[in-house]
Design a protein. Structure first.
Length: 153
């Protein structure tokens, strides 16, 4: 088990098995020393755990948890490409999409669930650039979708 996975475990998180794609795409791809994930949803196995719009069906705290789940799924995808999360040199970028009801504008707070987890797991190597945007609809009615870009060695 990598030291990153040990830190996650100490925080109470287990790296899940990498979710299978739900359509015609690859879940993560490496080009040179960069790995980019496809959009990851808050899935456990084949079950989408958080559905609906933030500010309507989903509370902000649950959105934070959903973002954290998306980050764990993205890390699982990265691990399938590089074999060991200790090979991550830097988390470069997080792209967070939050399915939002009219008037909900706390997307950055929701995506902090993922950002905070990455910094806790990787330390300074987990600090990243980011976008946190609201979306009217997301695939499968997911509350949150997340993409991670990582530099690997």
């Amino acid at each position: 088990m990598s030291s990153v996975e040990q830190r996650l475990q100490a925080l109470g998180h287990t790296l899940p098995a990498a979710p299978a794609p739900v359509a015609s795409y690859v879940p993560a791809i490496r080009f040179g020393n960069i790995v980019v994930t496809s959009g990851q949803l808050p899935m456990i196995g084949k079950e989408l755990v958080f559905k609906g719009k933030l500010g309507k069906q989903i509370h902000e705290e649950d959105g934070v948890h959903a973002a954290r789940m998306c980050a764990l799924n993205a890390l699982a995808q990265i691990k399938t490409v590089i074999g060991d999360l200790d090979h991550v040199k830097q988390i470069i970028r997080v792209e967070g999409y939050v399915q939002s009801a009219d008037g909900f504008n706390k997307q950055p707070a929701v995506i902090n669930g993922a950002s905070d987890l990455l910094v806790q797991a990787f330390g300074d190597k987990g600090k990243h650039t980011r976008i946190a945007v609201g979306a009217n609809e997301l695939p499968l009615d997911a509350a949150v979708e997340l993409v991670i870009w990582a530099e690997v060695g």
